[in-house]
Design a protein around this ligand. Sequence first.
Ligand code: CMC
Length: 431
Amino acid sequence: MTDTARTAKLTIDGKTLDLPIHSPSVGPDVLDIRKLYAQAGVFTYDPGFTSTASCDSTITYIDGDMGELLYRGYSIDDLADKSNFVEVCYLLLNGELPTKDELEEFTERVTRHTMVHEQMLHFFRGFRRDAHPMAIICGVMGAMSSFYHDSTDITDPVQREIASIRMIAKIPTITAMAFKYSVGQPFMYPLNDLDYASNFLQMCFAVPAEPYVVNPILSKAMDRIFTLHADHEQNASTSTVRLAGSSGANPFACIAAGIACLWGPAHGGANEACLSMLREIGTVDRIPEFVARAKDKSDPFRLMGFGHRVYKNFDPRATVMKESADEVLSLMGIKNNPTLQVAKELERIALEDEYFIEKKLYPNVDFYSGIILDAMGFPTSMFTPIFALSRTVGWIAQWREMITDPGLKIGRPRQLYQGHTRRDFVGLDKR
Ligand code: CMC
């Protein structure tokens, strides 16, 4: 953390405090209020963390006004174009791009851990056939802490490393198993001569009865979806992982907490909600009705796949994703299906509409990822699990950064209490 000589002055009831100002390597300055309560006896109030930095980090940088996303300083466009997901995993975890030998060794380690303990299959059978795959992967990820006791000691760097590799390697297998379970097909074991994305597609779409060849265009699109979702600084699920981890919880439990948070429709659940919305709209002539609803303050409806807390210009992930969508749709020969027509028209209208322009609401990554995943043959219920698969490495990198921070403290926000002051208990006979 860089301290500047500058301070901000805060005067409360005639008493003036100097609050240190920290300068980041890039981005807005940060006021340090850690001593505020001790010195002035007041808390700050920021329920949605709209003006609050919860930690310092060197992993991911977002400039919402410029529409810029950097992993360890490298732009998401460069990484999506010139790198691949496994290399991005190494970068996020270790801070630097790997050499050829380092990449080979890392890839080999991840590949060797792709199978899950055979006994884990019993967990899957305990879920109802129609269970949402997010419920399954959240449960199974948490349950990994009951299988891999040799990698739950968070104070041991070797155990932390093993747990990280295990989760990155096994999450595609677990996600594909959740899918196979929901469609009633046999689980497919990983094939370790395939790359990470192809292996995932194979585990989802192959069946033992016939050979399956992974299409390289689909595999590249899948790899890009993983890369684009790999990390996104202190979003809700990442903050959840950090908060869970700050108490010293084991890594599998922390990542399960992140999966639970990601499920919500305002976060990772938006890609599923977006495609369901496009289908509900159904035909282009119904779009104005839904746009009117999105603008109506008395209607809770929002256009899913639009808007972002941080990006107020455009979502750079959406630009790359749109390119991939065009490639995949043309490969699958999908030109004019009704959902796609609705998506294209909705995008056009929203980008020209005063309400969306004024509020800076642009299509986000989830708007296009749902269209690609649908074209690939995934049901909507698999969209958020695929986001969780991709984000697992980001959660792990952020958790590791936190665990190794010498200043680590348990996360414990305060509150603006608005309830009753102390009052006398009233016995049941008097109520
Ligand atoms: N449709 C219609 N109006 C919207 C939308 C939308 N999708 N998003 C925001 N607004 C309006 C909102 O009503 C508010 O209007 P007003 O100022 O008049 O009260 C204004 O825009 C600001 O909205 P906000 O809720 O204060 O903004 P936020 O930063 O808290 O919310 C968001 C960000 C992503 C939760 C929100 O834009 C949203 O709900 N979008 C739809 C869900 C979605 O696509 N989420 C995926 C995000 S990208 C993937 C990820 O990171 O998980």
